[in-house]
Write a protein that binds this ligand. Structure first.
Ligand code: SF4
Length: 336
C-alpha cells in the first residue's frame, strides 16, 4: 500500500507486552459467524474448561435481523483469557482462529478522503512502554490491513471541523492542515504540544485567543471535574482529582505521542470539535498523572469508554474546550 493511502506517525513503534488488558473490560463482538462456527467445529469448549462453565458466546439479533455474536465474559474478562494473560484460542488453535478485532487490536485504522491512517490505541496496556521500545509499526500494519474485517473502517467525514469555538473548516481543509500541524507539534519542545497547536490554530484562523495560564487552567479544570463527578459511574468518579497534577513535564514524549495519535486518528470528531477533543486528551493525561503516570492512561481511557461515562464526556464539551484554551505550555511546580 502506498504512503498516500496509509499514514502513520513517523517512527511509530509497537510490541505487545502480553498484559492481557485488551481481554478485560471490553465487549467482545461482533465476532464473525465463521469464527464461532470454527470454534464449535474444533470443539474449543472441550479444550478450555472455563468455556464449559456456561455459554462461551452470545447471540443477539442485529439491526437487520441477522444474528450478531460476541464472546462471553468470565469475571470481567474474556472467557478465553488464560491466567498467564495469553489467549486460549491462540494457544490451542492458532492466531487465525481468533475474531478479527482481537487480531487487529491495538491498531486503530480510520478512513478519510486521503486514504487510511493507522495509530496504536492508548487503551492498550502496553502502549506507554512499547511506543518507544517496540518494533517498527509500519512493518506490522500490512498484517492488520490484510485481516478479513466484517465491518468497514470508521470513516472521518464530518460536515465540518470546528477548529476553534465558532470557527469551522471543511474536512478537506482539515486534511490539508493535519500534517503541517502535527509536524509543528512533533518538532515543538517537550510538553509544548497544546500551546503549539493553539498558536497555529489562532494564526491560520486569524483569531486572537485569551492568554493561557496555570490559574485559568486550574479554575477550568476544577469546574470540569465538578460537572463530571455526578454524571460518571462510581469507579471513574472516585479517580477524578480535584486539581491538575502539579507538572505536565513528566514523560513529555509519551504524552506528545498520545496527542499526535489522537490527532491522526481524528479522535476529536467523536467529541464534536478539535478543542474539546484536545481538552479530553488533557483531561485523560491529568487523570493518568494523578493515578501514577503514563502506564495508567490505558485504564483511564478504558473507563472513559464506558457508555455512561462517555455520555458525560460528550456533555462536558464546553468545559473540555475551555480546558484546551486555558492550558499553559508549562505547568509550574506546585506552589510556584
Ligand atoms: S493490551 Fe496491548 S500490550 Fe496488553 S496484551 Fe493487549 S495488545 Fe498486548
Amino acid at each position: 500500500m502506498s504512503e498516500t493511502q496509509l499514514r502513520s506517525l513517523p517512527g511509530a513503534k509497537f510490541s505487545c507486552q502480553g498484559c492481557g488488558k485488551c481481554c478485560t473490560g471490553f465487549s467482545f463482538g461482533p465476532v464473525e459467524p465463521k469464527v464461532i462456527q470454527g470454534l464449535i467445529d474444533q470443539d474449543m469448549a472441550s479444550k478450555w474448561p472455563p468455556a464449559q462453565d456456561g455459554p462461551w458466546y452470545h447471540e443477539h439479533p442485529g439491526p437487520d435481523g441477522t444474528p450478531v455474536f460476541s464472546l462471553a465474559h468470565r469475571d470481567g474478562h474474556c472467557v478465553f483469557l488464560r491466567e498467564d494473560k495469553l489467549c486460549a484460542i491462540h494457544a490451542e488453535l492458532g492466531e487465525p482462529a481468533k475474531p478479527w478485532f482481537c487480531r487487529e487490536y491495538p491498531v486503530r485504522i480510520v478512513q478519510d478522503a486521503k486514504g487510511l491512517s493507522a495509530t496504536i490505541r492508548a487503551d492498550c496496556g502496553g502502549f506507554s512502554t512499547s511506543y518507544a521500545t517496540g518494533q517498527d509499526l509500519d512493518q506490522q500494519l500490512q498484517a492488520a490491513l490484510s485481516l478479513p474485517r466484517p465491518v468497514s473502517y470508521p470513516r472521518f467525514d464530518p460536515e465540518h471541523v470546528e477548529v476553534l469555538p465558532g470557527m469551522a473548516i471543511s474536512p478537506e481543509n482539515w486534511l490539508q492542515l493535519e500534517s503541517p500541524l502535527m509536524a509543528k507539534v512533533q518538532d515543538g519542545g517537550a510538553g509544548q504540544g497544546i500551546a503549539t497547536l493553539r498558536d497555529v490554530l489562532a494564526k491560520v484562523t486569524e483569531r486572537s485567543l485569551p492568554a493561557a495560564s496555570p490559574a485559568a487552567a486550574a479554575a477550568v479544570f476544577a469546574t470540569t471535574i465538578e460537572q463530571l463527578r455526578p454524571q460518571v459511574e462510581a469507579k471513574l468518579a472516585a479517580l477524578l482529582p480535584a486539581k491538575p497534577a502539579p507538572r505536565t513535564e513528566q514523560d513529555p514524549d509519551f504524552y506528545r505521542h498520545v496527542m499526535l495519535s489522537d490527532l491522526l486518528a481524528k479522535r476529536f470528531a467523536a467529541v464534536g470539535s478539535l478543542p474539546a477533543g484536545l481538552g479530553l486528551t488533557l483531561l485523560e493525561v491529568q487523570l493518568a498523572e494523578a493515578l501514577g503516570g503514563p502506564a495508567e492512561l490505558a485504564q483511564v481511557q478504558r473507563l472513559i469508554q464506558i457508555p455512561e461515562n462517555w455520555q458525560a464526556i460528550k456533555a462536558a464539551k464546553p468545559y473540555l474546550t475551555q480546558l484546551f484554551l486555558a492550558w499553559p505550555a508549562r505547568w509550574p511546580e506546585q506552589g510556584a
